[in-house]
Design a protein around this ligand. Structure first.
Ligand code: DGL
Length: 284
């Protein structure tokens, strides 16, 4: 196993949409990905549960040698990131390890996409109720944010039903509500890392609802460029990370859930020619 990889964590498959872009931009580093599929979805869980599970996964990634962990999950970023950064990290025997999230990098870029300042957010109930996006966007000045919780999407994605009619109907129902609340939305933040796995369904619904011009904003690119920038500004962290020969690092994938279904869906989504190898993780 790689000695000092970057850790990437999500409640399940969603973090792959972040990992894919990070790996595309920064292939030289080693990575460990953990999906907590056995306990996903996190979106309807309590604050304490999301914090506890995320904290356990972060500790596991630290124990596996990662000096830097990305919470590739909005729900975990909204509910656990700040407490981990402010309370957990300073108490650890190595307080120089770091944990970063996905919400701030997304908010920093969305202003470049919207023309009229009317932004929509689709996310889990936990992310919407945390109001993390509202608070971050308020720092940016004049934009209108309208949020829509989409509690049914992640369970369907986690069960692998990516092209199911039920999924289409749920997406249509939730996006119709979003446009009812603000018909002027010109940009939608996909504020759950699972959602890029169903981009084609979301695009089809936008066409069917007569909003084909709306810009969809997945988070992978914002997060990967923010990470690149972070590593430039923090050479003390960058120099700790292990990397592979010829600018090609290694990635180890772990799931707490079913290894076989993770291998299938991850291979498909990451577009690998050969089936990726996934190992079982037991957390805590
Ligand atoms: N992928 C996650 C997010 O970005 C969590 C989804 C869930 O577990 O409900 O919010």
């Amino acid at each position: 196993m790689a000695v000092s990889p970057i850790g990437i964590f999500d409640s399940g498959f969603g973090g792959l949409s972040i990992f894919r872009e990070i790996h595309r931009l920064l292939p030289q580093y080693d990575y460990i990905f953990i999906g907590d599929n056995a306990r996903a979805p996190y979106g309807d869980r309590t604050f304490d549960e999301v914090f506890e599970y995320t904290n356990q996964a972060v500790h596991r990634l630290f124990d596996m040698g990662c000096p830097l962990v990305i919470l590739a999950c909005n729900t975990a970023s909204a509910k656990a990131l700040r407490t981990i950064q402010q309370r957990e990290l300073p108490q650890m025997e190595d307080p120089t390890r770091r944990v970063l999230g996905v919400i701030r990098p997304t908010v920093e870029r969305v202003g470049n996409l919207t023309y009229n300042g009317h932004i929509g957010l689709v996310a889990t109930r936990a992310t919407v109720s945390s109001r993390s996006y509202d608070m971050e966007l308020a720092k940016m000045g004049h934009v209108t944010l309208t949020s829509q919780a989409c509690p049914k999407w992640v369970p369907l994605i986690e069960s692998g039903r990516l092209h199911d009619e039920t999924l289409y109907n749920e997406v249509r129902h939730d996006l119709a509500q979003l446009f009812e609340a603000d018909p002027d939305i010109d940009t939608i933040i996909l504020g759950c890392t699972h959602y890029p796995l169903i981009t084609s369904t979301i695009q089809q619904v936008l066409i069917d609802l007569d909003h084909p011009e709306v810009i969809l904003m997945p988070q992978g690119k914002s997060v990967s460029y923010a990470l690149q920038d972070y590593l430039r500004r923090h050479p003390e962290m960058e120099s700790r990370l292990s990397r592979g020969a010829e600018q090609q690092g290694q990635t180890s994938f772990y799931t707490t859930g079913d290894v076989d279904s993770f291998e299938q869906l991850a291979t498909l989504f990451l577009g690998h020619n050969e089936r990726i190898k996934v190992q079982k993780a037991i957390i805590p």
